[in-house]
Design a binder for this molecule. Structure first.
Ligand SMILES: [Mn+2]
Length: 340
């Protein structure tokens, strides 16, 4: 109740309103739901890093600053600079928290502070808007696209079932909702921030799911990406390294594609742990997937100490590191300790 009142007060703040959302399907859908009811200047972010935006924010001093689907708590040291300088900050997230960011000026909503139920950020935004009395039901399809994008179907089942009444499907992973989520991933993989913005605008314009699915630009991006993924998949079959239950593979591609490819390989190898790596300048980008029973978020956090940053969810995590050999050794060791 208290949270609801405070959230309402925050969202009604007039003046300069800025929103940062995660540059993935769940983030884009969270932002779309929010923007259907509350105006913001919105920008996609690849991750929770704050250092590059803090100077601008301190200068601009937005009256309301909002983060959606971004684990800003991982950057709690930098975050203090914002918390002490701005009047109102709203963070809605669903990653496993490192810190509780709640303060006099910050409202941090993350159900993972209290429960273990994995729910997507777009589902949280949908629920919160509904609690505030907003007529959000016609946009349940947007929330479901985000839920599917973040593989959170189990914890958000009731909304998926609600949507099924309007857009019937047998298998949710083969539904139009899943297709829409893939279209967003494709746009972001190929076009980055611009792709995210394109999808956000299209979601805001679209009356319903079919209108979104019909966009010819999105279709073309998806086809181009599919060709690249098929090529990688053939290479994965030949060159992946196998250590017990773990499959390791290095992507060589011009596209920033580890996360998408890791998820795809996880669907095709549901019993295995998938670790995909890709060079990015002088660092390595890692995307890791695992079946239930392993807490990847904790595992990855322990393996990146001193060589980079990482974390995420129990079954899906990511990291950016400087030393692959060190990570590799630690990760294999840590897996031995954690497997049942
Ligand atoms: Mn998310």
């Amino acid at each position: 109740m208290l949270i609801k009142k405070r959230l309402e007060r925050f969202l009604e703040i007039q003046g300069k309103r800025m929103l940062f959302y995660h540059q993935d399907a769940d983030g884009v859908c969270s932002a779309a739901l929010m923007l259907k009811f509350y105006p913001f200047r919105a920008e996609a972010r690849e991750g929770p890093g704050l250092s590059d935006i803090i100077p601008g924010l301190l200068k601009e001093k937005p009256d309301l600053l909002c983060f959606l689907d971004l684990p800003i708590d991982q950057e709690w040291k930098d975050f203090r600079k914002l918390d002490s300088a701005l009047q109102a900050i709203l963070v809605i997230d669903h990653h496993i928290p490192e810190r509780d960011l709640n303060s006099e000026r910050t409202l941090y909503i993350n159900p993972m502070l209290k429960s273990q139920t994995y729910q997507a950020a777009s589902y949280l935004v949908f629920k919160l808007l509904k609690e505030l009395g907003k007529p959000v039901e016609p946009y349940s399809w947007i929330a479901c696209i985000g839920i599917i994008g973040d593989h959170a179907v189990e914890g958000c089942r009731e909304l998926i079932e609600y949507c099924r009444k309007f857009w019937p499907f047998e298998d949710v992973w083969k539904s139009g909702l899943a297709r829409a989520s893939e279209l967003i991933s494709a746009a972001i993989t190929l076009k980055g921030q611009r792709g995210a913005k394109f999808c956000l605008d299209l979601l805001l314009r679209s009356e319903d799911l079919s209108e979104f699915l019909f966009d010819p630009g999105l279709q073309e991006w998806k086809e181009r990406l599919d060709r690249e993924l098929e090529k990688l998949e053939r290479d994965f079959q030949l060159k992946r390294e196998e250590i017990g239950n773990l499959l390791l593979y290095e992507i060589k591609s011009d596209l920033n594609i580890t996360s998408l490819f890791a998820s795809r390989m996880a669907v095709k190898n549901p019993e295995r742990i998938i670790l995909i790596r890709q060079r990015s300048d002088s660092r390595w980008k890692l995307s890791i997937r695992a079946p239930p029973g392993i807490d990847l978020s904790a595992l990855v956090k322990s393996c990146v100490k001193g060589i980079g940053k990482g974390g995420g969810h129990r079954q899906a995590a990511g990291a950016t590191i400087s030393d692959w050999e060190v990570f590799r050794k630690r990760f294999i060791q840590a897996l031995k300790g954690s497997s049942p």
